[in-house]
Design a protein around this ligand. Structure first.
Ligand code: PXP
Length: 241
């Protein structure tokens, strides 16, 4: 079975923004990634605009031939962008100002967060987007994702990726397995991402439960040495079991 690869190109923009110049261009990166087999292009529009800028979103929407998946919060500012942009997919994520990267999944067991997400999912779907919830691998989050009206759940693999001991890694893998199986049985499209790289993705692929992985940092890091085309092709080959 071949699993879809969403290539997150945020860090192409990180390199550009380090000098506030026009290169490297995320649109060019998206095109290379697609030619190498990416099934989706993923970007995170952050409130501090540290990498992807608003104009990138609109340029990518025009250029991407596969699907554009925009990770964002459900703040009024981001919802307005989504309404104008109309991407094929939106992944709702939490964001804490100053965080280095996304620190966890959306906690939909919190009733305020749940009702904000439910409203956002309704609006986004009305604008034609498929909606994913980025969630920690817990059954309660699966149920809440369904009640919020989303059809995709992306499980946060950070705890698995960051485990330093074998026992802990196995425990996190089995937590992901249980949650992914349940989500799959409930009819959700099941994705995963965060912290995945060339050495840790295979055990997740082997579970046969994830239909898509969204991978960014490790691909762009590898691309520094091998080029983005080879990096995406190498990762794609690991997703075919
Ligand atoms: N999925 C989500 C929801 C994310 O927020 C991120 C990071 O932006 C990723 C996947 C990609 O994570 P990484 O860059 O660690 O591969």
């Amino acid at each position: 079975m071949s699993v879809a690869l969403g290539v997150n190109i945020d860090h192409v923009a990180t390199v550009r923004q380090a000098r506030r110049v026009t290169y490297p261009d995320p649109v060019a990166a998206a095109q290379v990634a697609e030619a190498a087999g990416a099934d989706q292009i993923t970007v995170h529009i952050r409130m501090d605009r540290r990498h992807i800028q608003d104009h990138d979103l609109f340029a990518l929407k025009d250029a991407v031939a596969t699907r554009l998946n925009v990770e964002m919060t459900s703040s009024p500012e981001m919802m307005q962008i989504a309404e104008q942009l109309r991407p094929q997919q939106v992944t709702l994520v939490p964001e804490r100002p100053g965080e280095i990267t996304t620190e966890g999944g959306l906690d939909l067991s919190n009733s305020a967060a749940f009702s904000e997400a439910k409203t956002a999912v309704g609006e986004l779907r009305h604008w034609g987007a498929d909606v994913a919830i980025f969630a920690d691998p817990d059954l309660i989050q699966v149920d809440a994702t369904i009640r919020a009206g989303a059809t995709i759940i992306e499980f946060n693999t950070a705890a698995y990726a960051e485990a330093t001991q074998d026992d802990e890694r196995k425990q996190q893998l089995s937590r992901l397995e249980v949650a992914a199986r349940y989500a799959h049985e409930q009819g959700l499209f099941v994705a995963a991402g965060h912290g995945l790289h060339f050495e840790n993705v295979a055990p997740l692929v082997a579970l046969g439960l994830f239909r898509e992985f969204n991978i960014g940092h490790s691909l762009i890091a590898r691309a520094v040495f091998s080029g983005l085309d080879a990096a995406v092709r190498d990762m794609k080959s690991l997703l075919t079991s």
